[in-house]
Design a protein around this ligand. Sequence first.
Ligand code: PLP
Length: 396
Amino acid sequence: MPKSIPLISPETIKRFNHMSLAQIAVILTHSLLGNDILLSTAFNFDAPLKPMGDNYVLELFHGPTLAFKDFGARFMAQLMIHYQKKSSQKMIILVATSGDTGSAVAAAFHKLPNIEVVILYPKGRVSPLQEVQLTGWGDNITAVSVTGSFDDCQKLVKQAFSDLSISSKIKLASANSINIARLLGQVFYYFRAYAQLPNKKLPVVISVPSGNFGNLTAGLIAKRMGLPVSHFIAATNANRVVPDYLQTGKFIARSSIATLSNSMDVGNPSNLARIQELYHGDLNQMCQDISSFSFSDRQTRAAMRKVYKQSGYFLDPHGAVAYLGLKTYLSHQSKINGVFLATAHPAKFKDIVEQTIHHPIKMPSQLGKFLHQPHQSLSMQPKYSQLKQLLVEKFG
Ligand SMILES: *Cc1c(COP(=O)(O)O)cnc(C)c1O
C-alpha cells in the first residue's frame, strides 16, 4: 500500500468534468507518485458512462483486450518503461490470470525490448476467446496452461517471488494486482465516472464485480483521495468468501468454484489484505462503506436476459453480477446515482451471451484478428518445481 494517500481538492475534482481520462490520470499520477508521465498512449480509449434506466453503466471494455484489466496493465507498463530505461538487465514479468489480466499485460508489453512476459492460466477455466487472446502473441510472450485453478496459478507466482534462488538469477516483476502500480491505474476511471454524472447532488453508489478485489480496492482508494462516493457494493459470483467475511467477521479462504463469470473465480482474494489495511482491520467501518452480495449463475443469466429485454443492452456475465449487486442494494433506496461497472465486452463471452440472450453478438475487430493467428502454449502441473525449471531454463 502507498504510505500515504493524497487528498484531491473538490476544486480539482470539478476541473475533471472537462478533461479526458488521460488528462485526469496525469494529474492523479502526479499526486500519487510525484511523477510527470505522459499517459496519452496508455489511455487512448475512454471509460464512457451510459444511462441505463434510472442507473448508469460504466463501460470499462474499450481498451485493446476488451476488459478493464487494460487500464491497470497499461499504466503499469508505462511506469515500468519509465524505470527500466536505466537498466540493461532483462526483466521477466510473471503473471497469473483468471482470464483477462494475462492478455491485457501481453498487449501492454508485446515486443517491448528487454522484457519477457510469462502468463500462467488455469487450463479449461478461461473462455475460448480469452484463451485465444492469451496464446496468440508469440515473440516475448509465453503462455503456460496450468492444470489447476486461478488460486493455484497465483500461489505459484507468489512462490517464485519469495524464492531467493530465483531472484538472484532472474529479475522478476509482478503484474498481478499484488503490484500496486496496476491498482493505481484503476483509480483513474472512478474519477472519470464521477466527472460524467449529470446530477452530482445525489449520493453516488458504485457496484463492482469482484474476484481478487483489486478493482474494489482501487475504488476505495479513490474515495480516500476525496472522490465523493457514498457506498460501494462488492458483487461476487458463487465464490463468496468476502460477503461471508463482512457478515461474520471471519475470513475463510476456500477453493474456487468455476462459474460463468470465470474472471471472478477466486477463493483467496489477495487484495483483501489491502482493504483491511485501509480500514485498520475495523470491520464496522468496512461495512459502512462496503456491502457485499453473492449471485448464482442462474441469477446471472436471468439478469442478462432482463437487461437485454428492457433496453437491448448486452451484458457480459461479470457486468451482470455487478448489475445484480446494484439492484439488490438499491431495492430499498431511491434518489441515488447508481453506477455499476461493466468490466468485459460481451463478445469476450460470446458463447454464454448468445446461449442466454438468443441473439447474435457482433465481434469487435480487436477480437476477430486473434482468431487467425497461430496459437501456442506450454503446459504445466501446479507444482512450483515445474515453474522454477521453466524459468531457469528459459531465462536463467
Ligand atoms: C478480473 C476481472 C474481474 C474481477 O476484478 P478484481 O479486481 O479481481 O476483483 C471482474 N470482471 C472481469 C471481466 C475481470 O477480468
